[in-house]
Write a protein that binds this ligand. Structure first.
Ligand SMILES: [Zn+2]
Length: 240
């Protein structure tokens, strides 16, 4: 074979892999939730599951964190979508989840459901790459600005405004920041104009992590930019 033919095969192979990576068809997705007094995880789950069904994914919904310590189940999962605010993982659950992600299962989610989940589980926080610490002023108007317009996850999504909880996060310098927001400083003047990540990706071993801090109220997901970003993140994070 000459060089051109080899290059053509290589291109087709890479292109096919790219397409596969972007689809959730026939992927096993674990959607895991727990009720909390501040949010509506059941509405989130309903919306996500309807979307996953359109993508032809195989969906397993669980409200039991013991799913994470079920090795046989976790070995079969391509993507975990989690919406659990606060709570805690016991050591078997934390180990089961983090080992699965380390081995290549993806994890994605939004708001406190992924980054204010288990305040005492530092290995979990190490995996996610950030932790909610404050939402100054409660529901406020704020702007989301994209930092890498050429990135596949944010390409053609324009900066947008919303009214919701604006998350102030403590983050791992290792994360790949895709969008940020600036704080008004109205409640805490010393953080005026401080830029804080809203959306990021990272890896944990072989697994991919996608996080978006928006999502306090179910109607946040009616904002086309928010839903587009989140669903691109779901596809991106799933195991190749
Ligand atoms: Zn909230």
């Amino acid at each position: 074979m000459n060089n051109i033919v080899i290059k053509l095969f290589l291109f087709l192979f890479l292109f096919q892999n790219l397409i596969n990576a972007q689809s959730l068809e026939n992927k096993n997705v674990l959607v895991i939730y727990q009720l909390d007094p501040y949010h509506s995880p059941k509405l989130f789950v309903k919306r996500v599951v309807s979307w996953l069904e359109v993508q032809k994914a195989h969906v397993i919904v669980s409200n039991n964190l013991n799913s994470y310590s079920n090795k046989e189940l976790m070995d079969s999962i391509d993507l975990v979508i989690q919406t659990v605010t606060m709570g805690s993982l016991n050591s078997a659950q934390e180990k089961g989840l983090t080992n699965a992600i380390k081995s290549g299962t993806g994890i994605a989610g939004s708001h406190g459901g992924l980054a204010d989940s288990f305040r005492n589980n530092t290995l979990y926080q190490f995996m996610i790459g950030g932790q909610f610490v404050s939402h100054p002023g409660g529901n406020v108007n704020y702007t989301v600005e994209f930092t890498k317009p050429k990135n596949d996850l944010t390409k053609n999504i324009k900066n947008f405004n919303l009214n919701s909880e604006q998350y102030y996060m403590h983050v791992d310098p290792y994360i790949n920041i895709l969008a940020t927001t600036k704080f008004s400083g109205k409640e805490f003047p010393w953080i005026k104009d401080q830029e804080i990540p809203v959306c990021w990706t990272k890896n944990f071993g072989k697994g991919k992590v996608f996080y978006l801090s928006i999502g306090h109220s179910p109607d946040n997901f009616d904002i086309p930019e928010v839903w587009e970003l989140l669903t691109r993140g779901f596809k991106w994070a799933s195991k190749n």
